[in-house]
Design a protein around this ligand. Structure first.
Ligand code: CUA
Length: 157
């Protein structure tokens, strides 16, 4: 075999090994994986799920932990207003009975797609009291730009 041919062959094999190594490293050592435990939900039965038939803020531990059950649908969020105290652990559960929406709390890093058939779970903590605008950043039809809600972060519990 030609000297250069062999050198390039070895180089190519080393490259493949390096790429596989990077994937293996992030998968096993760093624990970065694609989501694998995402909850599925029948979009036609969203209103029969007790969490989403009454969208609400649930106080798990007063002042410390809150679950927010939210429905994103054309073209509104339910509930339209939510309130949590600053610094609390907040877990959003959001689903859509119709099309894909883009949940975003403006001015924070809280943002996720809401896809019919799935329950989107987002963990958040809001350190700055005030009023935050929640918008939809995924075009979802004629009323897309009306789709919003309000998050109020209070001084304390
Ligand atoms: Cu919902 Cu755009």
């Amino acid at each position: 075999m030609n000297r250069y041919e062999r050198a390039w062959l070895i180089f190519a094999v080393l490259m493949v090994a390096a790429f596989l190594g990077i994937i293996a490293y992030f998968n096993f050592a760093a624990g970065l994986k694609p989501p694998h435990d995402v909850e599925v939900i029948d979009p036609l039965r969203v209103s029969q799920d007790p969490r989403f038939s009454q969208p609400r803020v649930e106080e798990v531990e007063p002042g410390k932990r809150y679950n927010i059950y939210m429905v994103a649908r054309m073209w509104s969020y339910y509930p339209r207003e939510i309130q949590v105290p600053r610094g609390a652990e907040v877990r959003f559960y959001i689903t859509s009975p119709d099309v894909q929406h883009g949940f975003q709390v403006v001015g924070t890093n809280v943002q996720a797609n809401v896809i019919p058939g799935y329950v989107t779970v987002i963990d958040a903590r809001f350190e700055k009291p005030g009023e935050y605008l929640i918008v939809c950043n995924e075009y979802c039809g004629r009323g897309h730009h009306f789709m919003r809600a309000k998050l109020r972060v209070t001084e304390g519990y």
